[in-house]
Design a binder for this molecule. Structure first.
Ligand code: SF4
Ligand code: SF4
Length: 255
């Protein structure tokens, strides 16, 4: 049940929150959400340090990836609002956009709370880092003085086994090797992101990093290539990863 302190929300906030909650419910029932960015909650003490000197807060809680990771959405916003109120903060507005990372969504949703934005000292976003970038971009022209803080740590792009079980299987390196490795990413499944393996730390198919609790990525690659009849690819010597491809301001712009 939705249990925000409604006395603190004006009529527009309430209607926005209500409509978003209905949309969220319908979409989640249809299984329409795609998990992409996996987030975890920062320790609350860390959030308090970031909010030092702030009194009036607007909470923006992402209704997509973060909601599924239980670091955002309706429940995340409610929990955060209650915790902040106990610490003496004033929550002026709460919104749950469908996707904070989408500038178009944020433009539309932030317009609806324009009056409240004039009153707040800061925004706290329950999203991934993309949410902060998106909100900053959309807000900047009209409200350059409003800082946007984040309550989450952005972990990785996640493959979802089921809700609560997310695995890093791609780091977006910009130079995908999967065609050579049987569809298994060496950058995320080898603990040292080696381009040629296994290394000397492999024992009985297990990786020395993490005390032999995880499979060696290069043994997984070997087994998969063998299964596919493509072991010739395994013996190919590859150059080390060219991290310069992932180390600068990357973008994909096609129109
Ligand atoms: S090699 Fe791995 S990290 Fe790079 S794009 Fe392919 S799957 Fe992603
Ligand atoms: S044991 Fe395997 S997974 Fe672990 S670092 Fe060496 S090659 Fe990579």
């Amino acid at each position: 049940m939705f249990t925000f302190d409604l006395k603190k929300l004006n009529f527009n906030n309430f209607i926005n929150l209500f409509i978003t909650s209905i949309k969220f419910y319908i979409k989640s029932k249809k299984g329409g959400y795609q998990i992409t960015i996996i987030t975890t909650k920062k320790p609350f003490e860390e959030v308090l340090i970031a909010l030092k000197g702030v009194q009036k807060i607007g909470i923006i809680s992402c209704g997509s990836c973060a909601a599924m990771c239980q670091t955002g959405g309706e429940e995340g916003a409610q929990e955060m609002a209650e915790k902040l109120e106990k610490e003496g903060f004033e929550i002026k507005t709460i919104i749950i956009p469908e996707e904070t990372c989408d500038n178009r969504v944020m433009k539309k949703d932030l317009r609806k709370i324009d009056a409240e934005l004039g009153e707040i000292d800061a925004i706290l976003t329950l999203s991934c880092g993309l949410g902060v970038a998106s909100i900053n971009k959309v807000l900047h022209d009209k409200y350059p003085h409003i800082p946007v803080f984040i309550a989450n740590n952005t972990e990785f792009m996640g493959m979802t086994e089921r809700i609560g079980r997310f695995y890093m299987r791609c780091r977006g390196c910009g130079d995908c090797l999967l065609n050579e490795t049987g569809g298994i990413c060496p950058i995320t499944t080898c603990a040292k992101a080696l381009m040629n393996g296994p290394c000397g730390g492999m024992v009985d198919g297990m990786c020395e990093v993490g005390n032999y609790e995880k499979d060696c990525g290069w043994i997984l690659i070997y087994n998969r290539l063998k299964e596919l009849g493509q072991l010739d690819k395994f013996s190919k010597l590859r150059d080390p990863v060219d991290w310069s491809e992932s180390g600068h301001q990357r973008e994909v712009v096609w129109r």
